[in-house]
Structure formats: structure tokens, C-alpha cells
Design a protein around this ligand. Structure first.
Ligand code: ADP
Length: 168
């Protein structure tokens, strides 16, 4: 019997958006197991705690039975070893993602040559979508319901009561 193939989809997920969900759905269809892992990056100021980000991801991906939500603090390749996985999934939106992602993938290969980074291209309708855009638009009173799952929208409203306009 072959060993189940497990992939890891790491990210800040601050918060998870429909673009992330799209990538997770496609990856979950390709592999036996997918671990969506929330990165703890002390250099990046986050809007939500790791626990909140995990809770939002768990809720948003509950329709995918082979997806597990996790978090990690440290080197990504060490997390992959811990999970006994050799596949990193990353999403690609535009050319602007490429340079950063390319550098990250090469760095991880340098650290762990047996680990492969695989890229899944986003859907055209999510190509502009990012967690930071969602937060920015929301803070200026813009509509973000179409960009995030309902649980994220609810938490955004709890976290950032809107000073500017009435809630849409
Ligand atoms: P990070 O801080 O690690 O870049 P993010 O949560 O911003 O974490 O993104 C995690 C991964 O998901 C990255 O590979 C990113 O390119 C990808 N991603 C983010 N938004 C989208 C989107 N709208 N469509 C497809 N992939 C996306």
C-alpha cells in the first residue's frame, strides 16, 4: 500500500480570503492530505492572533475532509519534516508574486533539497485579492463580503468597528 501523500500550504492567512480557499480546494483535490499552516512571523504585524487565524481557516475549509489546520513558529522546512511532508503549496496571483515566491522556493530548496515547492495559479477573479487589500478596503468602509468567507467578515466587523461609514 502506498503512503498517503501530504502537502503543506503555509501562509499568514491574516485573514484567510476566498483566494486562499480556492488554492486550498485545488490542492486538497490533488493530495491525500493537506495541512494549511498559519505562520507565526514576528516581523509582520498581524491583525488577528494565530489562534483566530486558525479558527477562521478551520471554519472556511470545513467542507474539505482531508484538510487539517495547524500553525508553526520557525523554519518552514522543519515543519515539513515534522509533518513528514515533502511538498509546499504556494499560490500565484500575478507576476508581482513571482520574484518573492521564487526566492522563497530557492531558499527552501537550499535548506532542504528533497522538498519541492509547487505553485497553483489563482483564478482570474481572485488575482487582485490579498489579505492586506481586504483589511484596507474594510477599514475604509468598502464592501468585502464577496472577498472573504462569512466567518471572516463577522470577525472583521468585531475587530474593526467602522469609524467612517455605516456598515454595508
Ligand atoms: P505570506 O505572508 O506567506 O505570503 P499569505 O497569507 O499572504 O502569506 O499567502 C499565502 C499564500 O497564498 C502565498 O503563496 C500567496 O501568494 C497565496 N495567495 C494569497 N492570496 C491569494 C489569492 N488571491 N489567490 C491565490 N493565491 C493567493
Amino acid at each position: 500500500m502506498r503512503r498517503p501523500i501530504k502537502a503543506v500550504y503555509p501562509g499568514s492567512f491574516d485573514p484567510i480570503t476566498n483566494g486562499h480557499i480556492y488554492i486550498a480546494e485545488r490542492a486538497a483535490a490533488l493530495f491525500d492530505e493537506l495541512v494549511v499552516s498559519v505562520l507565526l512571523n514576528p516581523q509582520k504585524q498581524s491583525a488577528f492572533t494565530v489562534e483566530e487565524r486558525q479558527a477562521m481557516a478551520r471554519e472556511a475549509l470545513s467542507h474539505l475532509p482531508n484538510v487539517k489546520i495547524s500553525s508553526f513558529n520557525g523554519l518552514l522546512v522543519d515543519f515539513l519534516r515534522q509533518e513528514r511532508s515533502r511538498i509546499i503549496i504556494r499560490g500565484l496571483r500575478a507576476l508581482s508574486d513571482f520574484e518573492y515566491e521564487f526566492q522563497l522556493a530557492l531558499m527552501n530548496r537550499q535548506l532542504a533539497p528533497d522538498i519541492e515547492t509547487l505553485f497553483i495559479v489563482t483564478d482570474a477573479k481572485y488575482s487582485y485579492l490579498s489579505s492586506s487589500a481586504v483589511k484596507e478596503i474594510f477599514n475604509f468602509g468598502g464592501p468585502v463580503q464577496e472577498m472573504v468567507p462569512p466567518g471572516v467578515y463577522r470577525r472583521l466587523r468585531e475587530r474593526f468597528p467602522r469609524p467612517i461609514q455605516s456598515q454595508r
